[in-house]
Design a protein around this ligand. Structure first.
Ligand SMILES: [Zn+2]
Length: 107
């Protein structure tokens, strides 16, 4: 169906994941230091639980990014963690930490 990712794609995803990870880590550091940070610019990959604290949201997002970093380069990369369907490359280009397909993701 979809061809194996090219080394260029792998590199780009790796770079985007690393960048997102360090952005999130910086935000988390600020939150833990008691600074007032806005997460408005953060597109959270999953629906947020009501009342979830900033720290919890950031940790959840960071965890998602680090799990994606572990999948990159393995056969599990780009597959939905729930149903194993392939996640479109266009989705991964936009948000390489996406771990569920359109059918399993939040509506
Ligand atoms: Zn799925």
């Amino acid at each position: 169906m979809t061809a194996k990712p090219t080394p260029e794609q792998d590199q780009r995803w790796q770079r985007d994941l690393a960048r997102k990870g360090s952005d999130l880590y910086a935000l988390l550091t600020d939150v833990l230091a008691g600074k007032d940070v806005t997460l408005a610019t953060l597109k959270l990959p999953h629906e947020q639980k009501p009342g979830e604290k900033k720290e919890e949201r950031l940790r959840r997002y960071l965890d998602l990014v680090s799990r994606a970093q572990k999948r990159l380069g393995t056969p599990a990369w780009g597959l939905c963690v729930r149903c194993q369907a392939r996640v479109a490359d266009s989705v991964l280009d936009e948000a390489p930490w996406t771990d569920v397909c359109g059918a399993c993701g939040p509506k």
